[in-house]
Ligand binder design. Sequence first.
Ligand code: NDP
Ligand code: 8X3
Length: 254
Amino acid sequence: MNKIIVITGATSGIGKACAEKFAAAKYNLIITGRRQERLSTLKTELEKVFGIEVLTLCFDVQDKHAVTEAFSKLPEAWQKIDVLINNAGLALGRDFFEDADMDDWETMLNTNVHGLLYVSKAVLPYMIAQKKGHVVNMGSVAGKEVYEKGNVYCASKFAVDAITKAMRIDLLKNNIKVTGIHPGAVETEFSIVRFKGEEKTAKAAYDGYTPLTPGDIADTVYYCVHLPAHVCINELVITCTQQAGTYYFHKTNT
Ligand code: NDP
Ligand code: 8X3
């Protein structure tokens, strides 16, 4: 029987790459996002190429009731969830504290922190019932080290780090692994979203160095999920070779 994985934020970037990676390994996927059209296209593609089954759930992770309802109505065949990747998230703006937009702050906290909590609360009962499972939370180097103009995005990822550690401790008794992945710069739609469609600024974020690809992160998640039953990576920080931490880059190819 195929294993079942839930991947939030699968319409783009890291989540999409994870969907492709786990589909290739014959997992059945529950993929989520707000853009139904992208979810449907990915479902069609992955089912065709890999002969697996894909269930799409379209909701905004900030909406507690929508999240709860989507997972409470899971067909029985989809309830034996093995892995949850809490990946949906975003940064909005990169401004000094005094200039930053408070609506952006709220959206980041509601998405990156509350959304992760809502999805986890909705999915964990299925894992607890089986006395096994693996939760992978997508943090960031921004959740390890604050940088100038990173303020609330960093705060949201510090919260993800703390929640990950707390989940690991509290879920020990349920035989559920919890792993925090903390990437540095990965070239995805992340910067386009952060800079609100300003393509030049978004592209400049990756100037002068070779960033990680979404596939690099998918490979890393896959590795963490496929260790022996008695082994759990609690956290993993990963950057491209030309980045060390949030601030230090060795930019060459400008
Ligand atoms: P993308 O913008 O490419 O993908 C973000 C995904 O999150 C999309 O699928 C989007 O789906 C989903 N998402 C965003 N907001 C919501 C919401 N409110 N409800 C439901 N889904 C939502 O960015 P990445 O792939 O780069 O980002 C994935 C994760 O990785 C994020 O948590 C990010 O913070 C983290 N990260 C990214 C890094 C990078 O440099 N790119 C580095 C470190 C961490 P949709 O729009 O369809 O809802
Ligand atoms: C995304 C990486 O350094 O832009 O989490 O915050 S960074």
